[in-house]
Design a protein around this ligand. Structure first.
Ligand code: SAM
Length: 457
């Protein structure tokens, strides 16, 4: 790999730090490890009779698990994910192994059975999809991204991941002051100076400066202070970055524990701990196969002063009582169905009021699961329903070969045997989307904006 010089102040700092040292610099000039994390609720449904497991995984015969995340695995080399239909159906997510430390942290926390978790800085959705799998349809995940264009990518990735209890919103951290004492846990995967990106994205080295480290540390403080009131007494704030400097990591954690009514939680991460780390844990590229990640947890004192949530007012949502047309496509037990501008949504019945509160106070981008559009008495099924393995209940399916699946994902139509009307298109038994069969050919209902655009030979 090309060795581009490190910023001189970065290099000096690392060399003078016995925890980081020359070994870190050497590892930053090596090739990045490639890893994926499976979606447990989809992986178990894959038909392994012809083509076991996703292409990229099978082709590389990988059996190199990530020790701190049971759904994670390393790959020997980077495949072309675009050409694997299972990537588009949310069977796995391409994610840096260090980020998967979040799985180990979540498993360690004492959370209630149906926790409400906020992922505050969530796009493109790596941590959110991990949290959704951790929740396994229990509780509620509110996934937020402040930059509007990025919130759309977050929405796409979470639709493909296919859980029923996920709301995507597009708000500034300070907007959460309107929802005090609401969340059992808040994940702040903070925007940072990105020293952990120095090998994957070699240009990140040009963008680094001490001034930027200072700016990032100050912004991280602001973000956590802004969202803090939204955490319940006794709740957890999980803070992470992909950078190595103390200012953005431990120094911030100590600053928060002094400024806020909070204790630092001791993490059960012995392989990643050294004397230098006074709070949290690091995945260091010179010690484990990762690009670099820092994670720490603060617990809010249980006797923090009480704050009141706003009342839910009368809204434009209409509850659907007659579920006949919906039940042709979707399971109904455990959900309430609402229409909003003729779009039908399934909301988990346990959290209807909470989700209404979000509709009232925040900017909604994804409202749990969109079932379809109401056209008189009929429903035009939505792609989000096809992706949701927990809600979908539709037996008219057509299994495609890989070649056909890629054509389908490109938005093409081709001769295909099948019954007239809506059909669920599957590849290796996992839904890819809808078609409407009209006899000799079909209308391809795969979302236009998510089509594969590259040329396939
Ligand atoms: N958690 C994401 C994942 O796992 O895919 C990665 C998040 S990335 C490290 C940080 C995110 O914070 C970016 O999506 C960025 O747009 C967002 N961000 C930037 N400035 C912010 C701010 N002032 N407040 C909140 N979020 C911000």
């Amino acid at each position: 790999m090309t060795e581009k010089p490190f910023p001189i102040n970065f290099e000096n700092r690392v060399k003078n730090d016995s925890f980081l040292g020359e070994e870190l610099l050497k590892s930053l000039n090596e090739i990045s490890p490639i890893s994926i994390r499976f979606n447990p609720s989809k992986k178990k449904q894959i038909d392994t009779s012809n083509n076991p497991t996703p292409d990229c995984y099978r082709d590389q015969q990988s059996s190199n698990p990530i020790l701190w995340c049971e759904n994670g695995t390393y790959l020997n080399e980077r495949p072309n994910f675009t050409l694997d239909p299972l990537y588009h159906s949310g069977v796995y997510y391409s994610q840096e192994a260090g980020s998967m430390m979040l799985a180990k942290v979540l498993n360690q926390l004492d959370l209630d059975n149906n926790p409400k978790i906020l992922d505050l800085c969530a796009a493109p959705g790596g941590k959110s999809s991990l949290i959704a799998s951790f929740l396994n349809e229990k509780g509620l995940l509110v996934s937020n991204e402040v930059i509007h264009a990025r919130s759309k990518i977050l929405k796409e990735n979470l639709i493909k991941w296919g859980n029923s209890n996920t709301v995507v919103i597009n708000n500034d951290p300070k907007d959460f002051q309107r929802i005090p004492h609401f969340f059992d846990a808040i994940v702040v995967d903070a925007p940072c100076s990105g020293e952990g990106m120095f090998r994957k994205d070699i240009d990140a080295r040009n963008e680094w400066s001490e001034e930027n480290v200072n700016l990032c540390a100050a912004r991280q403080k602001r973000i956590v202070m802004d969202v803090w009131d939204s955490l319940k007494p006794g709740g957890y704030l999980i803070y992470s970055t992909c950078t190595f400097n103390e200012q953005e990591n431990e120094d911030n954690i100590f600053w928060f524990s002094n400024e806020l009514d909070a204790e630092i939680v001791d993490l059960d991460f012995s392989p990643f701990k050294t004397d230098r780390i006074k709070a949290g844990a690091y995945a260091m590229p010179n010690l484990v196969e990762t690009e670099g990640f820092y994670i720490a947890v603060l617990q809010k004192s249980s006797d923090s002063k009480m704050l009141k949530l706003p009342k839910v007012k009368q809204q434009s949502l209409t509850r659907i009582k007659d579920l006949k047309s919906i039940s042709q496509f979707s399971k109904t037990a455990g959900f309430e169905f609402f229409s909003w501008n003729n779009i039908v949504f399934a909301l988990p019945e346990l959290f209807v009021n909470e989700i209404k509160l979000f509709q009232q106070e925040m900017r909604i981008v994804k409202f749990c699961t969109e079932i379809g559009t109401l056209m008189r008495d009929e429903i035009l099924p939505d792609h989000a329903l096809a992706m949701n393995s927990n809600l979908i209940n539709f037996n008219q399916k057509i299994e495609l070969t890989k070649e056909e699946a890629l054509k389908y994902l490109k938005g093409e139509t081709f001769p295909l045997e099948g019954k007239k009307g809506y059909n669920l298109i599957t590849y290796q038994n996992i839904p890819l989307g809808w078609i409407k069969h009209i006899g000799s050919r079909f209308n391809n209902l795969f979302p236009k904006e998510w089509r594969i655009r590259m040329k396939i030979d």
